[in-house]
Design a binder for this molecule. Structure first.
Ligand code: NAD
Ligand code: WQD
Length: 348
């Protein structure tokens, strides 16, 4: 079976992608330092797939250790690089840590790949690289504006790094996926998001409020120029996102020989407001989410949703699940976590 190294494979998106890879006939090899995840998640991946999983506890910035993983696991068919810090707010307070981890881990990986080239690399980027978009939907051709946070800048720099390495004549074959807003959980309730401390993103805040762990949700602004005044985003079920990685690997396999770097948006193409998201959760779960309107959050764009034609046309991928399924699954996951918020390591 074709081996795919999955850095950050114990994380939220990585763990779901490991399941999707096994289902598609690949053999995932996890590389994770567990700075933001629980190794126990991988036991759940084994349980869901009924398959053993190769795991290496390695910091991706450690080039020598990473090279040893590639040697031990050769031949490696592909790499999916999730390993990074992802909290926008923390990145403002700890820019050095974010630049070091997010750029340092991709850089180390690219050095290793120079000596042990693989047929394909898939890199996790974010719609945050577009900054405040001027036009909707946001397509891959939309301008890359100044990022709103150090986190966003690390993703812009990583994308430029991939582009520059390909232009340098290296053999790198890479796909960058720009995710919009991943939400939800595995339908089994065995995998999901483990926010570090107080959730910074909407859906974990909704589920923790519904579970009684938080008093109320503050809706950041209700005076935006949107139909109900609250911000609009493109919420994507994490299982759909996981399958986009399989589609990206298969797309790389179909491309002619030679270096390449191609970028794809991964979203649903549909915008959903904060109030619609709350209502969807309440509808499918029958549980009320206490909320009130508060001031706008700095840096928030009024509306962001993806143009997904390129992914549909080239990757043959589209999102199949909607916000209601995502909310249903997020709630199954939240109930399985019990009554205490999970704290793993430190929020970074
Ligand atoms: P996550 O924090 O759940 O998972 C990241 C994983 O990477 C964790 O298991 C962590 O322990 C590991 N990791 C971090 N630094 C590492 C290092 N130096 N060496 C080895 N392992 C390391 O995050 P996620 O939500 O699964 O996000 C995965 C990727 O997707 C990240 O690159 C993130 O920036 C990107 N992304 C996430 C979102 C989102 O909303 N979740 C949106 C857009 C892009
Ligand atoms: C969604 C909407 C908030 C919390 C972030 C990152 C982005 C990418 C995806 C990694 C917004 C509102 C939120 C709350 C609220 N991640 N909200 N009350 O900001 O669109 O994107 O995740 O790459 O880089 O910035 O997602 O979930 O934080 O917010 O009203 O307590 O929910 O204002 O309109 P965002 P989010």
């Amino acid at each position: 079976m074709k081996k795919v190294i999955v850095t950050g494979g114990a994380g939220y998106i990585g763990s779901h992608t490991c399941v999707a890879l096994v289902e598609a006939g690949y053999s995932p090899v996890v590389v994770d330092n567990f700075c933001a995840s629980d190794p126990g998640v991988l036991a759940r991946v084994r349980e869901l797939t009924g398959r053993e999983l190769s795991v290496h506890q390695v910091d991706c910035r450690d080039r020598a250790a990473l090279a040893r993983v590639f040697e031990a696991e050769a031949p490696v068919h592909g790499v999916i690089h999730f390993a990074a810090h992802k909290c926008v707010g923390v990145s403002v307070r700890e820019p050095r840590e974010y630049y070091d981890n997010n750029i340092g881990s991709l850089l180390a990986l690219l050095w290793v790949l120079e000596r042990s080239p693989v047929p394909g690399l898939v890199f996790s980027s974010s719609c945050t690289v577009y900054g405040q978009p001027e036009q909707l939907p946001v397509t891959e051709a939309s301008p890359i504006k100044r990022a709103e946070s150090p986190y966003g800048r690390t993703k812009q720099i990583c994308e430029s790094l991939l582009q520059d390495v390909v232009a340098s004549g290296s053999a790198l074959r890479a796909v960058t996926l720009r995710y919009f807003n991943p939400i939800g959980a595995h339908p089994s309730g065995r995998l999901g998001e483990l926010p570090l401390g107080t959730p910074q993103t909407l859906v974990p805040y909704i589920t923790q409020t519904a579970a009684g762990l938080r008093d109320e949700l503050v809706v950041f602004g209700n005076d935006y120029p949107t139909p109900d005044g609250t911000c609009v985003r493109d919420y994507l079920h994490v299982c759909d996102l996981a399958s986009a990685h399989v589609a990206a690997l298969e797309w790389l396999e179909r491309q002619a020989a030679g270096a390449l770097h191609e970028v794809f948006n991964v979203g649903t193409g549909r915008g959903v407001s904060v109030l619609e998201a709350i209502r969807a959760f309440e509808d499918v779960t029958g549980v009320r989410v206490r909320h009130r309107f508060g001031p706008r959050r700095s840096g928030d764009a009024a509306a962001v949703y993806a143009g997904v034609e390129k992914a549909q046309r080239e990757l043959g991928w589209r999102a199949c699940l909607g916000i209601r399924e995502a909310m249903r699954h997020a709630w199954i996951w939240q109930r399985g976590l019990g009554s205490e918020p999970r704290e793993i390591g430190r929020a970074r």
